[in-house]
Design a protein around this ligand. Sequence first.
Ligand code: NAD
Length: 491
Amino acid sequence: MNHTKPKFKEKYGNFINGEFVDPIGGQYFENTSPTNNQLIAKYPRSQKEDVEKAIDAANAAKVAWGNTSAAHRASILQKIADVIEENLNEFAAIDTYDNGKAIRETVNADIPLAVDHFRYFASVIRAEEGSATELNENTLSLIIKEPLGVVAQIIPWNFPMLMLAWKVAPALASGNCVVLKPAEQTPSSATFLMEKIGHLLPPGVLNVIHGFGPEAGKPLASSSKVNKVAFTGETTTGQLIMQYASKNLNPVTMELGGKSPNVFFNSVMDHDDEFLDKCIEGAVLFAFNQGEVCTCPSRLLVQEDIYDKFMERVVERTKAIIQGDPFDINTQIGAQASHDQYEKILSYMDIGKEEGAKVLCGGEAFKASGEYADGFYIQPTILEGHNKMRVFQEEIFGPVLAVCKFKDEAEALEIANDTLYGLGAGVWTRDAHQLYQIPRAIKAGRVWVNCYHDYPAHAPFGGYKKSGFGRENHLMMLNHYRQAKNMLISY
Ligand code: NAD
């Protein structure tokens, strides 16, 4: 089944204080689709004064919203989840057109997961119980969780709706007001969301401003009128944002880049065709859904005694990947998210070749046909080399899999951990000892064992090392959006 491309107005506004408004300076930028390089719509090129207007609206709303009951906020989050679910196909088509990713991902994963994150935080915020202890017969100790106030949230383009849900759902559930800046490459689903749910929230509680990082993101992250900055994006941008926030001593959470190892031990080839098939899918498909995933298993490590046979299957499976029309539900790789991203990925192909990496398949741009001929597509590519090469060390964020072999457990761990990042990892084995000890020794916030890529709302997610700090999802996320107040009451 083919999904249809969404329809857009000529231009859209920021959503501030419960309504869509034009940018104060009247400037807009053009958002184009990477699927076909056609104009989608114009969005506000917001400047400091637009950001301040949104922050002021959030500050004006924060006391009343912070005093609402958890039950009330939960009921609104449930309604937001229902609206997203009712419009699932529209949201999926919008994210596919904005971002280029295949519709099978947005329909089956991104949007259903966004729905689930709103439902999850609607549920857990009500399940919490307060705590009170007696210090002595005359004194009571109470712990109260208070919202922080106004939260600045800045998100990337690779999962437009899902990253929004990860950020907005726990912040609103905790009683904060939000000013959100979506990525300039993917402004559309956040705008569509506000069209659909804006009326469910009091004015000022959730504000969306569009624009570029240095013009709109920087004043948002630097503002002394926000109480926290939550960021997802590149490590270098995260470092800047920490500097901005530090002037106000504001807390930050940082969800940053990755270069995740996917490690296959020789026992995966032990007489079980079904399991081996799953391993081949695990090595190939999660690396090649455009490769624009922060936990993309972009380094494939295979034990040397199975290397040749295993890689033969990996290359064969990669060559069978269906690429092209992002709106065809069978397509497995759509377009890269932007022309810049496309150029960056192609430049890494050259870097890899210059470093001496061997191209096992792909290695070039992909020419899509028909109406997608002008889009930004790249062949799934496998580069064989060693872990010191730049293509093994730097986040390419594209369908480029860097492959090397290892001798034993010690060498597997040495290579897996020889990275600046520590976001995700995969371990595939039938050996009971390795099943627990290898993931335990890998320095990453999420390790999948004999599987890869699931992001349930109730599992904490976040990075070690230069992949950031703080955790998204799970109950523990709520503590990133609240203060704990202790009252000692003597009577
Ligand atoms: P990016 O850092 O370029 O941009 C992210 C956001 O920051 C955008 O909204 C952008 O406008 C804004 N921004 C850019 N410069 C800014 C500045 N100086 N001040 C304030 N805001 C600024 O990242 P990207 O290219 O959009 O996204 C890809 C990156 O995101 C990858 O590194 C990927 O690994 C990472 N990512 C991480 C996670 C995670 O959970 N760890 C999830 C998704 C993506």
